[in-house]
Ligand binder design. Structure first.
Ligand code: R5P
Length: 309
């Protein structure tokens, strides 16, 4: 029995890419807004007893969240087997503690909401910093797909003599994995954040980096300030124009332009969020986790049909 994947609007490109690595039936659903702005959802593919997932990247999650939640709840009401979420980008991971008294730890509350509607979730490179694993905040089965092999492959094919550079300590996990798989050296910069769009970057000794092509790697490029400040500092220190690689392209056109203006040679991202900088297809990285989730649903359904627990 083929699983069904419903893509919310804006996720069609990733759905098509996913279809090259895993067999599923694309589900049909209708979503729209009532005149007062409320969300409308209708599921148009029979789902009873079938393994089902909803594909929705969670960049800019607030406007899409209720549509997603209604879709998941309705799929359950219509008798779908377990309902999964494929969220190539998982939102609300950065607010992982109360930095100021009274602040909502939105990562935890968002996880509770998603977990009330879905049975499992697969995402790519979630921003795990103070949490070491998704299991620390998601009570449902939650799988993190690693994009580093795809980034390293792109690096090997496109950049001569690279050195991988992380703009801050938090990027170390991605930088080390990408550099190791690409057979390149790496170094980390130091970042202090003074506000949402105000960061200061300090460089270490760059002797080791001379003669290499600098390649900045980070999980998220949002306002672009982290990357832009890192680019500015590296260029001011006499390095060549850096290539900037971000896993998740949260940046808008203004941030993209500012990054190029700061001196970036090129900005490259994966397709976890559709963006003009997408150059690295990470959809094949999802195939193994998705196959396991769908197989678990089918195995559960078979056990139930045989009356065994
Ligand atoms: C935070 O530690 C993340 O890894 C990124 O460095 C950060 O989210 C980038 O944000 P922005 O582009 O707004 O500086």
């Amino acid at each position: 029995m083929k699983p069904i994947v419903f893509a919310l609007p804006g996720n069609e490109a990733f759905l098509t890419a996913l279809g090259a690595s895993i067999a599923f039936e694309p589900g049909v659903l209708e979503t729209r807004r009532f005149p007062d702005g409320e969300a409308y959802v209708r599921i148009d593919t029979p789902v009873e007893g079938r393994p089902v997932a909803v594909l929705c990247t969670l960049a800019h999650p607030d406007p899409v969240f209720l549509t997603l939640w209604y879709a998941a709840r309705t799929l359950r009401e219509l008798g779908a087997g377990r309902v999964g979420l494929i969220a190539p980008y998982l939102a609300y991971m950065r607010q992982d503690r109360s930095f100021q008294p009274g602040e909502a730890v939105s990562s935890r509350h968002f996880a509770a909401l998603l977990s009330s509607a879905f049975d499992w979730l697969v995402t790519a490179d979630p921003h795990l910093h103070r949490y070491r694993a998704l299991a620390e905040l998601y009570p449902i089965a939650a799988f993190a797909v690693e994009c580093a092999p795809a980034l390293s492959a792109w690096l090997r094919a496109n950049v001569h003599h690279p050195i991988v550079i992380g703009p801050d300590a938090e990027s170390e996990q991605w930088v080390v994995a990408v550099a190791r798989k690409a057979g390149a050296p790496y170094l980390l910069l130091e970042k202090s954040r003074r506000g949402d769009r105000d960061v200061v970057i300090r460089l270490p000794d760059l002797d080791r980096a001379r003669g290499h092509t600098p390649v900045l790697v980070d999980d998220i490029v949002s306002s672009g300030r982290t990357m832009a400040e890192a680019v500015r500092e590296l260029v001011a220190a006499g390095m060549a124009s850096p290539v900037c690689i971000g896993v998740h392209a949260l940046l808008d056109d203004e941030a993209h332009a500012a990054l190029l203006h700061a001196g970036a040679a090129r900005v490259v991202t994966t397709n976890t969020i559709t963006h003009r900088t997408n150059a690295i297809d990470v959809s094949p990285r999802f195939a193994a986790s998705l196959a396991a989730c769908f197989a678990a649903t089918l195995a559960g359904a078979e056990r139930r049909s045989r009356g065994t627990p």
